[in-house]
Design a protein around this ligand. Structure first.
Ligand SMILES: Nc1ncnc2c1ncn2[C@@H]1O[C@H](COP(=O)(O)OP(=O)(O)OP(=O)(O)O)[C@@H](O)[C@H]1O
Ligand SMILES: [Mg+2]
Length: 368
């Protein structure tokens, strides 16, 4: 079976690496000829996204998926009219738009930040009077790694916020959530409607980019894990989602709050390649190919550390026991995700020791 993947980044690359042992083969749609997935399959796409390039891509595979949600819904509808696409067009349309996501959370009674839709600068003043300050103002589409956001702390910053984001209306203004930490849950749903959830990940960001995750998140009660599983399972069924879905959460004094969803494998799930019985990538491939799901159980406590901007010395990292290196074949650039390191250990204490050893080898010191 050949899987066509929209996007040729590191997520597509790791999907292919997980799918090859099942004899799955791949094609990718990405305009960059040197994208991380390029060595693993046939590459389609051009800068102008011509209809011809899309049609050649459609002809190249049996089943389609995506590793990136910022693709036009119309393209996915065009494919879905001819061949199966997982996750569905509905999952994509909701997850790629923050307003749609918030409406879904509210429809399913999943707690989330109060919000206000913004069409003009005056709406910001109205949002501030309704929701208070600070306000987190976000573009509804296309944001990632904290891009397309402005935290409005004082009303005298309105013109600055508008100058930065006003061109991308509609915007969403969210009430600021005071959280103790950030968590995420990843789950997979098969074509037969079976669901499985990974343990919650504890995620730490640095300058808006995920720095590292520890999984299973320490000090999570069984009730919190069950609550997160209930939320994500409701979303999976409501969307009739097939494949992996991620729900980012804020852990607050009054329980879990949903932040956003991603209709795909996620950076906070990279630990699962070595840390879980079946990785998020393997389970996504199983779901998309119509195969039975694998176990989402964690084998041991794991940490995933992103390599951002600059490569570490490969030998130094590989000399650390129980440490695994994943490089994406990208060139160095400030703020760019170049790879990740997974550490597994018997205990959380042993994990902390190894994290410190890895941190000492990273040229770009993060919040480790
Ligand atoms: N309403 C909020 N209250 C408090 N902090 C917030 C709020 N919304 C977002 N943040 C902070 O900003 C970060 C980025 O926001 P969000 O996850 O919505 O955007 P993103 O750019 O899609 O991020 P990523 O691509 O890293 O997932 C969050 O991880 C959180 O730390
Ligand atoms: Mg996020």
């Amino acid at each position: 079976m050949k899987i066509g993947v929209f996007g040729g980044g590191q997520l597509g690359r790791m999907m292919a690496l997980a799918g090859y042992p099942f004899n799955l083969r791949f094609s990718f749609y990405d305009a960059a000829v040197d994208c991380p997935s390029a060595p693993l399959g046939q590459l389609f796409g051009d800068k102008h996204a011509s209809p011809e390039s899309l049609d050649a891509f459609i002809a190249s595979a049996d089943v389609f998926t995506y590793e990136f949600e910022n693709i036009p819904v119309a393209w996915v509808e065009h494919i879905a009219a001819q061949k199966p696409v997982y996750p569905s067009v509905k999952s994509l349309a909701i997850s790629q738009n923050r307003l749609n996501e918030k409406k879904l959370f509210s429809q399913l009674n999943i707690p989330a930040a109060a919000y206000h839709e913004i069409h003009c600068a005056d709406d910001l003043a109205q949002a501030a009077s309704l929701l208070g300050l600070p306000l987190v103002i976000k573009t509804t589409m296309g944001g990632y790694d904290g891009k397309g956001q402005f935290v409005l702390r004082h009303m005298n910053e309105v013109s600055q916020a508008w100058a930065e984001l006003g061109k991308a209306v509609p915007l969403i203004a969210e009430a600021f959530v005071t959280f103790q930490r950030e968590l995420s849950i990843i789950a997979v749903r098969s074509q037969t409607g079976e669901t499985r959830c990974y343990p919650l990940a504890w995620n730490t960001h640095h300058q808006g980019i995920l720095s590292h995750s520890i999984v299973p998140a320490p000090q999570v009660s069984a009730a919190t894990q069950v609550q997160a599983e209930q939320y994500i399972t409701q979303i999976l069924h409501e969307l009739n989602h097939v494949g992996v879905l991620t729900l980012e959460l804020f852990d607050t004094q009054s329980g879990l709050y949903a932040n956003e969803t991603a209709p795909r494998v996620h950076n906070s799930g990279h630990w699962s390649i070595e840390g879980a019985v079946s990785s998020q990538f393997e389970n996504h491939m199983r779901a998309v190919a119509g195969l039975p799901l694998g176990s989402t159980e964690a084998i041991r406590p794991s940490a995933m550390i992103n390599i951002i901007g600059q490569h570490p010395d490969t030998s130094a990292i590989l000399a650390i026991p129980e440490t695994h290196l994943h490089l994406y074949g990208k060139s160095e650039r400030v703020g760019r995700k170049l790879g990740h390191i997974t550490i597994t250990a018997e205990t959380y204490e042993a994990l902390q020791t190894r994290i410190a050893e890895v941190a000492a080898c990273l040229p770009n010191k993060m919040a480790l």
